[in-house]
Design a protein around this ligand. Structure first.
Ligand code: 5GP
Length: 108
């Protein structure tokens, strides 16, 4: 099995203007920060709505050589550059219900 594709970083935030976060303290909760492209794009979009503060919480931070640094205020744990599933994280809609976090082996 090939390694699952990485995020393109193209984030579509629908109806962002309806988020009434101006002046509020906001925490964005992510399952996993991989390249950091998704959270960076999301944070940029949310900053335009003028929150009082904006922090990131992530269960997992994956360490990838050359990835742009992401400030994660509340972090579960770090992992090497491997694709993981379980605990709500899927691969093609599978393995999401596994009770822990597992590395997806290349053999499937
Ligand atoms: P990034 O933009 O940081 O590269 O990717 C963030 C998103 O990609 C995560 O929120 C998650 O949906 C998905 N993702 C990145 N790495 C993994 C991984 O190892 N396993 C799973 N299941 N999803 C991942």
């Amino acid at each position: 099995m090939a390694r699952p594709a990485r995020s393109s970083g193209a984030v579509l935030l629908r109806d962002a203007a309806r988020l009434e976060i101006a002046g509020h303290h906001v925490i964005v909760v992510e399952d996993i920060v991989d390249t950091g492209l998704t959270i960076s794009a999301l944070a940029a979009a949310l900053h335009k709505l003028e929150p009082a503060s904006l922090d990131v919480c992530a269960l997992i931070h994956k360490h990838i050589a050359g990835a742009q640094p992401v400030a994660i205020r509340y972090k579960g744990f770090d992992i090497p550059d491997e694709f993981v599933v379980g605990y709500g994280m899927d691969y093609a809609e599978r393995y999401r219900n596994l009770p822990g976090v597992y590395r997806l082996s290349p053999e499937g």
